[in-house]
Design a protein. Structure first.
Length: 327
């Protein structure tokens, strides 16, 4: 595995609400009251080794959520699968974006973050209230109204959707993501106890009690702006963020996890990522890149991710992976 394998113990300063588990159990139960209404429609492409499908399922509030499913062609046995969200401001993007996981033999479900660019899913919930603009402060006055309540619930439903596809082995479904996608993957690991693996690069949405002072870059600057503009509302906003902090979700996660961080990352500073790793409840590894920023290990992180996923989802021993890489 590439990079510096870290031994980290950085305790969090974040606290958790006493009703954290009840809040999320109720949120997920509300979301699952809507029928999944899963549709999987073949999407034409000129690819010869992969099939692409346009997917829709119902997320929080019954909103139809769009995703791409990419799968290796001609495989008869149930496949391992991965659910992925992309970075802040991104949705599922183009149908041919990122063919790596399907090429490696996985059913790869790439999901819209509702309302965000490069996607096809509206956020049809009126959360109201003042914000500093952007998704990070939308509805921040209440955990019930906060934007990421809907996104995290959509993510749980995305796992349900991938598991419901007959060609997928529901016992071998994991999650992968970087930046905002990494924060969502971490939340999935905490909210879906039976998830098989979590691969998390430079995760956003961690140590949110301190993120506004640790980062001077977008989008955490939206928090700083909100706190500056609405001085009397900061305490309520920080209380809301406790329900969504990756640190508190990490405590509940049990799946094998691979995390990474660049020690020069100004967008998701390592001081926010390392407490989430320390808090993580399952088997875990972290790769630290001393000279890198938000890109962390870049392509080398992707190689690490493929190795980690193969070990935990395909039952391929690390020495076999290394040997195969020389052929």
């Amino acid at each position: 595995m590439h990079g510096d394998i870290g031994v980290v113990d950085l305790p969090t300063a974040q606290t958790e609400p006493s009703d954290f588990d009840d809040f999320w159990a109720d949120t997920i139960a509300q979301t699952r009251r809507f029928p999944l209404d899963l549709t999987v429609t073949p999407h034409p492409s000129l690819l010869t080794q992969l099939d692409i499908f346009d997917v829709s399922f119902r997320g929080f509030g019954g909103t139809p959520i769009r995703a791409w499913l990419r799968m290796p062609r001609g495989v008869s046995e149930p496949l391992p699968g991965l659910v992925q969200f992309f970075g802040y401001g991104n949705g599922r993007g183009h149908a041919l974006r990122d063919l790596r996981w399907a090429s490696a033999g996985y059913a790869h479900l790439v999901v819209d973050a509702r309302g965000q660019g490069h996607g096809d899913t509206d956020d049809d919930h009126a959360d109201g209230g003042p914000s500093a603009g952007g998704f990070l402060t939308r509805g921040i006055r209440s955990p019930h109204e906060y934007y990421y309540r809907r996104v995290y619930a959509d993510a749980v439903r995305a796992v349900d959707a991938l598991r419901a596809i007959p060609a997928v082995d529901p016992a071998r479904v994991g999650t992968v993501g970087a930046s905002q996608g990494g924060g969502i993957a971490l939340a999935i690991a905490g909210l879906v106890p039976e998830i098989a693996v979590a691969i998390i690069q430079a995760p956003f949405l961690c140590e949110l009690n301190a993120a506004a002072t640790l980062s001077r870059e977008h989008p955490y600057t939206l928090l700083a702006q909100h706190f500056a503009d609405r001085r009397g509302d900061a305490a309520a906003a920080l209380d809301t963020l406790r329900y969504f902090d990756g640190v508190n979700h990490a405590k509940r996660a049990t799946a094998p996890a691979l995390l990474s961080t660049g020690l020069l990352d100004g967008i998701a500073p390592p001081e926010t990522v390392l407490p989430a790793f320390s808090a993580y409840g399952g088997q875990k590894r972290i790769v630290v890149w001393p000279h890198n920023g938000h890109e962390a290990g870049g392509d080398l992180d992707e190689e690490n991710a493929l190795e980690f996923a193969a070990t935990h989802l395909v039952d391929v021993a690390p020495d076999r992976v290394a040997a195969d890489s020389l052929r």
